[in-house]
Unconditional design. Sequence first.
Length: 548
Amino acid sequence: MLAVLVMVPIVAVVILALAPSDNIWSHLIRTVLWKYVSTTVLLMIGVGIGTTVIGTATAWLVTMCRFPGQKLFNWALLLPLAVPAYVLAFVITDQLEYAGALQTTLRALFGWSSPKDYWFPEIRSLGGAITVMTLVLYPYVYLLARAAFLEQSVCALEVSRTLGHGPWSSFYKVALPLARPAIVVGVTLALMETLNDFGTVDFFAVNTFTAGIYDVWLNMDSRSGAAQLSTVLLIFVLILIGLERAHRHGQQFHHTTTRFQDLPSYRLQGGLAALAFMACLIPVVLGFVLPASVLVHYALIYYQETLAANYLTIVGNSVGLASLSAVISVSIGLFMAYGLRISQNPVIKLATRFASIGYAIPGAILAVGVMIPLGVFDRVLTSLFKDVLGLGFAPVLGTTLFALVFAYSVRFLALSFGTLEASLGKITRNMDGAARTLGLSAGQTLKRVHFPLVRGSLLTAGLLVFVDVMKELPLTLVLRPFNFDTLATFVYQYASDELLEESALGALTIVAAGIIPVILLSKRIVQNRAVRKTTEIPEPSPAPAPVP
């Protein structure tokens, strides 16, 4: 039943796309469809290359090399993950556009008086969107690549050294191939976030599918056209998932030893140390330090204007929605993960996989998919209340917080389910058997045995959902009730109207909320290596000398 509920929005989009109520598809093909396709593909290629290079290179440097600041960069390289792409887009544009601080300083230093006197790259462009998204999404690749490097056995690297390979050759021929599955997953996550983004591409006037869906739906007032574009975007997502699965098909990457000890470190000196330091510093400065410092500066100056714009009410709206969505997602995720644990029925397995697909679906598609069935349900309720009960009103679910929370739960259920499934997988099934032989039912076993053991994962899953809901923009823009704002919509609307200063405190609040899971993730990947070291098989002790 849960799987059916989750799949309803997707099925609704496909049905409406195949049976449109108006003939806008031919118009889209003649005018904007191919522009959407080419721009989206170019954006994905640029972000994919950028996140792969930055994420993999920095993960290897901080894991295997020793240079000034290396311990600081271990966790600092994750900080851009706390900054929504649209917030970084607003800040970079504010600082780099013609009236921004950088170009103003350049004109003052060199005596330039107009744009004809010098060349400066266009910020609001496809290249600008690729740069912004790369800076905030590379931590997905960095996080998984670093975890993969930390999990590698030192023996494989030692063997490569004995065969005459230096540090860089060992990286390309041994460490990188072993970490490739994790890197591919990280890039896939980054590309899914790229397809989901609306604030950045809309602000930079980049015509991607997401921007096109909103334009067709809200400006052209065509739900069927939006559904058709959503279906094409859904095909993009399915191709992306298929390529990631095909990449792993038939490939197995094994650890060939149980020896886990401190990885060999290559001490960099001179120019190499300086290059490594700059390679790690630039993404952190551009992706986190710059936007955070600008937002703090503006927030200290314009906080009164922000407070006057119902800031506290908006914070309450965001926190309330995020908390409710986190509780619902974690509850359903725990129910599904435990149901999958106690039942090996293939139908149950297939259903749980379908129910956890929501995170791969861009918010624009979910927004269209949620509105369609809820609109039908609203019409049925209205008819029921009018014809059967004789009432002239009916509850309208499509424009209430119910639609918003339902969409959040569908989209972020995968986060809670995946986290809790992995946590339950670490608990031996012998504990289930022992509890059942002592007379506990399946529900009592969950309550008294598993729940205390996975409390930490429950908190982590809830926190991840909470932060993602706080940052979510596409779903909220479309499904929020009239005159209801969250921090994401508040920041987007003000910054789009060139009022970044007044929205700085709201943007800073979103960034601050995102820092908490970043710290938890950084600690977890380091602790993972520590646990592996404590569970290694000890070397056999020498036999005692014979007693005379």
